[in-house]
Ligand binder design. Structure first.
Ligand code: NAP
Length: 342
């Protein structure tokens, strides 16, 4: 692994905005995504993690299913050996869907810690609320015969294992991801440790105002994934009806007014709106531009209102492979009528 040298053209990490969690801990208000979308190698992502830390990132969003935590562990070692203290970093990881059984979850977290070469995670997520496995790189029609719907009692057993990791000091905060309002209501009713954050798809064409409001009203901080509209997402997550945030004239025009790339404007809008965007990039120019955009002059109220008005309710990460019956469509995963689909 390469060496770590703070970049002269980077951003001082202390100038990067942060958000306070209910624990009082401060989480950097932008992170680097690390999902290589089945096409970018672990070594490339690890090199980007070092490069991003050199330009001022301190928050990295990992997951066991991304298949690159061993590489990222090397990158984190390089960063820490280079003089960044562990407590200055904010590292997320997530348990995958086939490891929801409590003993499997605990073993998976320990494997992640070993791969990332860390003693603790700042934030540990249940990646999806469904205990359903699909092989990495599978196509959109792939279904597992063992797939099941959300079963709250089972999820609470999973959450209990998450709480035991927190009690043991292996993870500092717990998070949910890909949840809906009815599922979160049950979790908030029954959890001993409430989720500090909820990771959800958020970009200008998919603003999820109702879930966003529920989450923030509940004292949970939203983390926005695919903040640029995931232009590099796998084939299985593409449909002809999908729209492209970066091509939206409102985005293009406001970006030009601020001298930003439309991608960086999407990231900036997300952070200013109140979510923590976690854009992915392995290109120095791009991840630096995204960080600089978040740290630059704010958008005006009129600009924020103009972007609020281009929401198209266009979900990109539909989750088809997690369906549990043949006669279903992806909407069934998202409890659109306010009740949990069985
Ligand atoms: N919890 C979940 O279920 C979940 C689901 C999806 C994603 N995530 C997390 O969210 C992260 C981000 O989401 P994502 O990777 O789907 O999509 P994204 O961040 O919306 O888009 C990433 C793409 O945008 C390009 N890009 C980034 N900055 C750019 C810039 N300034 N100018 C031009 N292009 C730019 C990147 O290409 P280059 O590399 O060429 O710059 C990359 O192809 C993931 O990596 C992962 O950590 C979580």
């Amino acid at each position: 692994m390469s060496t770590f040298r703070p970049a002269a053209d980077g951003v001082n990490p202390q100038q990067v905005p942060s958000r306070a969690l209910p624990s009082g801990a401060k989480i950097p208000a932008i992170g680097l995504g690390t999902f290589g979308s089945d096409s970018v190698s672990g070594a490339e992502v690890a090199a980007a993690v070092v490069g991003a830390a050199e330009v001022g990132y301190r928050h990295f969003d990992c997951a066991s299913v991304y298949g690159n935590e061993r590489f990222i562990g090397g990158a984190l070692q390089t960063i820490i050996s280079g003089g960044v203290k562990r407590e200055e970093l904010w590292i997320n990881s997530k348990v995958w869907n086939d490891k929801h059984a409590p003993q499997d979850l605990i073993a998976s977290c320990k494997q992640t810690l070993s791969d990332l070469r860390l003693d603790y995670l700042d934030l540990y997520f249940v990646h999806w609320p469904f205990p359903n496995f699909h092989p990495p790189g599978c196509d959109v029609t792939s279904r597992s015969k063992d797939s099941r719907p959300y079963i709250h009692e089972k999820f609470m057993a999973t959450w209990g294992a998450m709480e035991s990791l927190a009690a043991a000091g292996l993870v500092r905060h717990l998070g949910t991801s890909n949840m809906t309002i009815p599922k979160l209501k049950l979790l908030l009713r029954d959890a001993n440790i409430k989720p500090a954050v909820n990771e959800m798809e958020l970009h200008p064409h998919f603003q999820q105002p109702e879930l966003f409001k529920f989450v923030t009203d509940s004292g949970i901080v939203p983390i926005g994934y695919s903040p640029i509209g995931s232009p590099g997402r796998p084939e299985r997550d593409r449909t002809p009806a999908d729209t492209v945030d970066m091509d939206d004239p409102v985005i293009v025009n406001i970006a030009a007014d601020h001298g930003l790339h439309p991608a960086s404007l999407c990231v900036k809008w997300g952070q200013q709106r109140g979510q923590i965007p976690i854009p992915f990039s392995v290109k120095r120019k791009n991840y630096l531009a995204n960080l600089q955009a978040v740290c630059g002059a704010p958008l005006t109220v009129d600009e924020m209102n103009a972007i609020a008005a281009i929401d198209k309710n266009c979900r990109l990460i539909k989750g088809q492979v997690f369906l549990w019956r043949e006669d279903q469509s992806w909407e069934d995963l998202w409890d659109l009528d306010g009740t949990i689909t069985r």
